[in-house]
Design a protein around this ligand. Structure first.
Ligand SMILES: [Zn+2]
Length: 195
C-alpha cells in the first residue's frame, strides 16, 4: 500500500483549496512564504494517512498464506499504529498486539502489520479499529480464534478538552477459541505484557 500510493491531482487540489480556506479562517495568511506550499503538503499527508479507505484485506494479504507447522498460537506484539479519531480529526496512536490460533494456515508476519495499517489509516474510534483488525485477521487466515489488544494515546485528550497528558486507552476484541478458553487468553496477555 505504502509504495503504490498515488496522489490523484484533482482530489489533492480540491482538498488543498479547503485547507487554504481553513488556514485563512483560523486567522493566518495562507500567502505568507512559510505557508505557500502547506495546503498541498497537508492534503497529501491527509490522503496518505487515510489510505485505508482505498485498499482492502484481499489486496493487502495477497497470496501470503502458508501451511501452519502447528496449531500453536501466533502472537505479533507491539505493532505501532497511527490513526485519526473520527470525533476531532486529531491523531491517536499507540501499539496493538494480535494473536490467533491457526486452523491450518498462517499469515506472512508483515501482513498482520499491513492489516493494522489498513484499518488505522481512516477516521476511527479505537474500539472499532480493534474490532476490525480482529475480524480481518480472522477472515484472512481462517483462524480458530483471534485476540487483539490495543493501547492508544489520543491527542484530543491531551491538547484540548480535559487535557489529560498521561492517560491512555486500552481496548480488546476476541473471537472463537479466545472467547471460549480463559487459558488461551492468559497465555496471550502474559506474552504481550512487560514483566
Ligand atoms: Zn477525539
Amino acid at each position: 500500500m505504502e509504495k503504490d500510493l498515488e496522489y490523484p491531482k484533482s482530489t489533492i487540489d480540491s482538498i488543498a483549496g479547503h485547507i487554504e480556506e481553513i488556514i485563512r479562517l483560523l486567522g493566518e495568511d495562507p500567502q505568507r512564504e512559510g505557508l505557500l506550499k502547506t495546503p498541498q503538503r497537508a492534503a497529501k499527508a491527509l490522503y496518505y494517512a487515510t489510505s485505508g479507505y482505498r485498499s482492502n484485506t484481499d489486496e493487502v494479504v495477497g497470496d501470503a498464506l502458508f501451511t501452519a507447522p502447528s496449531s500453536g498460537a501466533v502472537i505479533v506484539k507491539d505493532i505501532e499504529f497511527y490513526s485519526f479519531c473520527e470525533h476531532h480529526i486529531l491523531p491517536f496512536f499507540g501499539k496493538i498486539s494480535v494473536g490467533y490460533i491457526p486452523a491450518g494456515k498462517i499469515l506472512g508476519l508483515s501482513k498482520v502489520a499491513r492489516i493494522v495499517n489498513l484499518y488505522a489509516r481512516r477516521l476511527q474510534t479505537q474500539e472499532r479499529f480493534t474490532q476490525q483488525v480482529c475480524d480481518a485477521v480472522g477472515e484472512a487466515v481462517g483462524a480458530k480464534g483471534v485476540i487483539v489488544l490495543c493501547n492508544g494515546q489520543h491527542m484530543c485528550m491531551k491538547m484540548r478538552g480535559v487535557e489529560k497528558q498521561d492517560s491512555s486507552t486500552t481496548t480488546m476484541a476476541l473471537s472463537g477459541a479466545y472467547s471460549d478458553n480463559p487459558r488461551l487468553r492468559a497465555v496471550f496477555i502474559s506474552a504481550v505484557s512487560y514483566k
